[in-house]
Write a protein that binds this ligand. Structure first.
Ligand SMILES: Cc1cc2nc3c(=O)[nH]c(=O)nc-3n(C[C@H](O)[C@H](O)[C@H](O)COP(=O)(O)O)c2cc1C
Length: 316
């Protein structure tokens, strides 16, 4: 696909669940590995749906790495225990989530401003036998130099890789990428750095390869959520997109057990990312649908018009 570059699928909570990952991999493929959206402990228990999402029988992709949200050591250890019991030996630690209700509770990217807490967490995690960790992080919470205090602590867990989204948590998912700090981290970090951020096409990946010759792995989030065929343009056709959509609708119909309103909300949320360049009229009709019957009509129309658009482009 792109010589010398390994491509990983990033976790996107609410999109890249096991159903999406399995369908994307079978219909389109492209990524060499897939990361699960973060698991977390709520009211003292690991959320049931998080456990179902990572359970090996629900995951058919070739390489799947579950992720835990960096948080209080006792909660992190609980998740690590559950994952090792399922047979996982590589676990990703999320130090990047910018969502304020999480970050303000010293979790995800919010923890980057508290190196002492990161140190305690890493020490406890490193005591678990037989687990290799990777880390997914930002440059900082509210200051893009905070990684400098975190970097020496990585030696405690000796991560297999460090994925970096070159923004601060406060920036959320918008605004300038802070590439000078990213470049500094790349040159100072002795663990493999995976680049993650705003890769929406094969050209974007090639650009990173040229800009940072030492980077051999990139991770892609929204690019694949928007266009699951991003890495294999020859498979970008209405039939394949429709197949992915229908597999998800079937899976959520079963999961939500007949709750039409919930199913409608879940399916509409898919379109917050999926195929943003589809005809606007159809996207609007999907957003406005008040029942699954209306939703299905709108979706069918969208795929018909997409088929016409794509075949028009072929003829040019
Ligand atoms: C809605 C949403 C949910 C996300 N959920 C997670 C998550 O669970 N774990 C994680 O590490 N990153 C999560 N991310 C961050 C992405 O993995 C990725 O780092 C970020 O979107 C930047 O990469 P991109 O520009 O390729 O999308 C999420 C991003 C979005 C937009």
């Amino acid at each position: 696909m792109i010589d010398g570059m390994k491509i990983l699928c990033a976790p996107v909570q609410g999109v890249t669940d096991c159903h999406w990952r399995n369908a994307q991999n079978e219909i389109f493929g492209g990524p060499e590995g897939y990361y699960g959206p973060f698991m977390r402990v709520e009211h003292g228990e690991i959320r049931k749906r998080d456990l179902a999402d990572v359970s090996p029988e629900n995951n058919t992709v070739p390489v799947f790495t579950p992720q835990v949200l960096a948080c209080q050591p006792k909660d992190a250890l609980r998740m690590v225990d559950a994952l090792t019991e399922m047979g996982y030996h590589t676990i990703d630690i999320n130090l990047g989530c910018p969502f304020p209700p999480i970050a303000l509770h010293h979790k995800g990217s919010g923890l980057l401003q508290y190196p002492e807490e990161v140190e305690t967490l890493f020490k406890e995690l490193s005591a678990v036998d037989g687990v290799t960790y990777s880390v997914k992080m930002r440059l900082g919470w509210d200051d893009a130099t905070q990684w400098r205090n975190i970097m020496p602590l990585l030696d405690i867990i000796n991560p297999s890789q460090v994925t970096v989204h070159p923004r601060t948590g406060r920036q959320q998912y918008k605004g300038e990428l802070i590439l000078d700090e990213f470049g500094a981290m790349l040159s100072e970090c002795h663990y493999p750095i995976v680049y993650n951020g705003e890769l929406k096409s094969l050209d974007d990946i090639n650009r990173i390869k040229k800009q940072y010759p030492s980077i051999t792995t990139v991770m892609i989030g929204r690019g694949l959520a928007e266009d699951p065929a991003m890495l294999c343009p020859e498979k970008a056709n209405a039939d394949n997109y429709c197949e992915l959509h229908n597999r998800l609708r079937d899976a959520y119909t079963e999961q939500l057990n007949g709750g039409e309103h919930q199913l409608l909300m879940k399916m509409k949320s898919l379109w917050e990312n999926f195929l943003p360049n589809a005809p606007r009229k159809s996207l609007k009709a999907i957003k406005k649908a008040t029942s699954m019957a209306k939703y299905n009509v709108a979706v069918n129309e969208l795929f018909y018009s997409l088929e016409d658009d794509l075949s028009d482009n072929d003829g040019q």
